[in-house]
Design a protein around this ligand. Structure first.
Ligand code: XMP
Length: 521
């Protein structure tokens, strides 16, 4: 494999994903790995990620510099670049100047003969995020690029196959980022271009079989892409040992339950149990307004339903030779869920996704999460490869906590009914306008505690606003608000205010992520 060394923050997984996009298999390893451990893995190449620290900070992540002497082609990015510079005798300076965001880099004459930057425009836009800078390249290294503030923005030692860049080639804002990474993998390290999503399936099927053995397993199914693909993978791995559980928590959109019960089961033939837990969820959510509290309650109640369902399944099949408990739970957790819940190395908790940060501490299930390292579009590719039907694979994301985190204020039946109607209208019109594949998703949000004055018929109204939040995104880690045509917006607004009593105003959210998140809570 290619080893991606994780120095913290949110970078390593994104790099691993870009390596996979270059059709090369990668694995993430912690920065505490020793040279001997690296050598034992026989890596084809090593990529050092960025990180939030300064190489001179007291708590700077340590790194075994013997790794640079293993003869494995190595590419340092940002913090990884500085680590390489310091370890090999170069200099890193605290310039006091910070470069954040889009920056111009200029390639040097040597770049055209380097294996990582040859054939690239001499002047390009890259994305930077650093305080310290490399002031002097180590002996034997050629400087390949610079910026106004950074004399050494990229370097290479072709003989030792050691390379580094100060910028972040893994983010899309770096114009030629993917080409740099691909050039390192294919040209500098000579790794063939032959790995694909089908390979993820083989690896995960083997891993799942090893984890589950002959035991029974249940899978929480939401009707969304992630849990459907996770279920299909587990079904491929352990077949009849799998039972899917669909929880109707009362926070579903219109028609959702029927779609799951019909479409998914028809397509996959899995054994499905539907649990009506509406009272349970709404009871626990009564009067709760804090977003994190809502998320934790929903995460916890999901697990409580899975526990009672598992116990019931075991009870019902007592006469058969089923073991005394079901200890495995499959979840369709994706990498962005993990990062935002603060699950990466040294990442902040932005919000507790119900299936990660929202899990109760006393949960006894052992989790099976075959998609935990992947992004949504990779999951879609895996789903297609597994033969999951297109209607499911191309569905827009819908969060597990459902409409519960789209009512700003306390959740109750009445408010859910209002939001469900407004959401159905918005979805219907976006689909009719042919915009489904263009937008990533469009949360529809009810500002339940806000009222504004309106006029309808000849009378005064005092109703609630509905917010439309259409976004475009590649992986939900960042997003922009979608430029929906005005006439489509007008139609949605007109229909919602006419057809949904209690709503007298429709507003559009024009915030990107960051600074906003996609969901309001
Ligand atoms: P945010 O709001 O964090 O959302 O920008 C990023 C993506 O994740 C979805 N989302 C969730 N999905 N459980 C889920 O299954 C959750 O608790 C959760 N919270 C947010 C959101 O819809 C968007 O696609």
């Amino acid at each position: 494999p290619v080893l991606v060394v994780d120095f913290g923050a949110q970078y390593a997984q994104l790099i691993a994903r870009r390596v996979r996009e270059a059709n090369v298999y990668s694995e993430i390893v912690p920065h505490t790995i020793s040279a001997a451990e690296v050598a034992a893995k026989q890596p084809l190449a090593i990529v050092l990620s960025g990180g939030p620290s300064s190489v001179y900070a007291e708590d700077a992540p340590n790194f075994d510099s013997e790794i640079f002497s293993l003869g494995v082609p190595t590419f340092g990015i940002c913090y990884g670049f500085q680590t390489m510079a310091v370890a090999l005798g170069g200099e890193v300076a605290r310039t006091g100047k910070r470069e954040y965001g889009s920056t111009h880099v200029v390639l040097s004459d040597q770049a055209s003969s380097s294996s990582i930057l040859a054939e690239q425009p001499g002047n390009q836009i890259v994305w930077m995020s650093h305080g310290d800078s490399v002031a002097k390249a180590p002996e034997g290294f050629q400087v390949l690029a610079s910026t106004d503030d950074t004399p050494v923005a990229a370097f290479a030692n072709e003989e030792r196959k050691l390379y580094g860049v100060q910028w972040h080639p893994e983010v899309l804002h770096s114009e030629h980022g993917q080409e740099v990474l691909a050039a390192f993998l294919h040209r500098a390290a000579g790794i063939p271009n032959d790995w694909n999503p089908g390979s993820i399936i083989e690896e995960q099927v083997a891993r799942i079989r090893e984890q589950i053995g002959g035991d029974e397993v249940i899978c929480g199914l939401s009707g969304g892409v992630d849990s459907a693909v996770a279920a299909a993978l587990v079904q491929r791995a352990v077949g009849e040992q799998l039972t899917c559980v669909f929880v109707d928590h009362g926070l579903l959109r219109k028609d959702e339950r029927r779609q799951v019960e019909e479409d998914f089961v028809a397509a996959t033939g899995v054994r499905l149990v539907t649990v009506d837990a509406r009272e349970q969820f709404l009871g626990h959510l009564e009067g709760v307004t804090d977003p994190e509290e809502k998320r934790k309650i929903i995460g916890r109640e999901f697990i409580r339903v899975f526990e009672s369902t598992a116990a019931r399944l075991v009870e019902e099949s007592r006469t058969d030779d089923i073991p005394g408990e079901i200890k495995f739970l499959v979840q369709g957790t994706l990498y962005p869920d993990v990062v935002e819940s603060g699950g990466g190395t040294g990442t902040a908790n932005i919000k507790s996704h119900h299936n990660v940060g929202g899990l109760p501490e006393d949960m006894k299930f052992e989790l099976v999460e075959p998609l935990r390292a992947l992004f949504k579009d990779e999951v879609r590719a895996v789903g297609r490869e597994l033969g999951v039907p297109e209607v499911i694979v191309s569905r827009q994301p819908f969060p597990g906590p459902g409409l519960g985190i789209r009512i700003i204020g306390a959740v109750n039946e009445e408010r859910l009914a209002i939001l469900r109607e407004a959401d159905a209208i918005a979805r219907e019109e976006l689909t009719a306008a042919g915009l489904d594949s263009e937008i990533w998703q469009c949360p529809v949000v009810l500002l339940a505690d806000v009222r504004s004055v309106g006029v309808q018929g000849d009378g005064r109204t005092y109703g609630h606003p509905i917010v439309l939040r259409p976004v475009s995104s590649e992986d939900a880690m960042t997003a922009d608000w979608s430029r929906i045509p005005y006439d489509v917006l007008a139609k949605i607004s007109n229909r919602i205010t006419n057809e949904v009593e209690e709503v007298n105003r429709v507003v559009l959210d024009v915030t990107s992520k960051p600074p906003g998140t996609i969901e309001w809570e």
